[in-house]
Design a protein around this ligand. Structure first.
Ligand SMILES: [Zn+2]
Length: 256
């Protein structure tokens, strides 16, 4: 399960109070959900060269971590920032800020940096750059940082899951190591390979297509990796989401 723990497009923060946390834990126990993640606010930019925006982002990011701890969530999924001025400086600022936040909010939550499509000055659209970002996090906190692969983002960033599926994972394994992969976002892409545009599509109805999702769902290296969808909701979110989950599960049950 992936959720937001506040309004993702507002700066306003919220605390998760004890009573709310207890109710959440009780409700969760009544489900089959075994992996839990929060996605952080879209406004956060820990790589910004603007000290005001960076400080505001850091405070907001810390609250995201605190809410994850309070709610007992395993993962916080976070988009790397936009470097704005200079790529290497942006990666350094981003890594340093992550280290500060993890220092201030000790606990068990693992931070998952999400691979990006690489539009504009977004950091994290190549495995090498993601490795550099993790390396930029000070050593004592680096073990609390891993990676979330979004299929639509990596495809838009130029990783060909359709015609070079094994090559993509070999590069991931060589550069980051499969142990860094802790969560996947399964989304098809409205935009073509290497477009650097982040537009999610229904599973098997976009540029990635059914064959690649069949491989992803039956790849034993990915068997234990939790997977969530962030696909379009059409006119009825619950019905559409259920249809997408059933479609993905059918790829496993119909596998040879
Ligand atoms: Zn995603």
């Amino acid at each position: 399960m992936q959720m937001f723990s506040k309004m993702a497009n507002r700066w306003a923060e919220r605390l998760c109070e004890d009573e709310e946390c207890r109710a959440f834990a009780a409700a969760l126990t009544a489900t089959d959900v075994r992996a839990t993640a929060a996605h952080d606010s879209y406004l956060i930019n820990l790589a910004s060269p603007d000290p005001v925006l960076r400080a505001r982002s850091l405070a907001s990011f810390e609250s995201e971590l605190r809410r994850c701890e309070a709610l007992g969530l395993e993962y916080l999924v976070s988009h790397p920032g936009n470097f704005m001025d200079d790529r290497a400086s942006g990666i350094a600022r981003n890594g340093e800020a992550i280290g500060i936040a993890l220092e201030r909010v000790p606990g068990r939550v693992v931070l998952l940096m999400e691979m990006t499509a690489g539009s504009g000055t977004a950091i994290g659209s190549s495995f090498e750059e993601m490795a550099a970002l993790i390396e930029a996090v000070p050593a004592p906190h680096r073990d609390r940082v891993a990676v979330c692969v979004d299929t639509a983002h990596v495809f838009a960033a130029g990783y060909d899951l359709v015609d070079d599926y094994e090559g993509v994972w070999a590069r991931f394994a060589d550069t980051l190591g499969m142990h860094r992969l802790r969560l996947m976002h399964l989304n098809d892409s409205k935009t073509p390979l290497g477009s650097r545009r982040d537009r999610h599509e229904l599973i098997a109805e976009g540029a990635i297509g059914e064959r690649a999702f069949r491989r992803l769902m039956t790849d034993e290296r990915l068997e234990r990796i939790p997977k969530v969808i962030e696909t379009p909701k059409l006119d009825d979110a619950e019905t559409t989401d259920r249809r997408m989950l059933e479609r993905l599960r059918s790829y496993v049950s119909s596998a040879p």
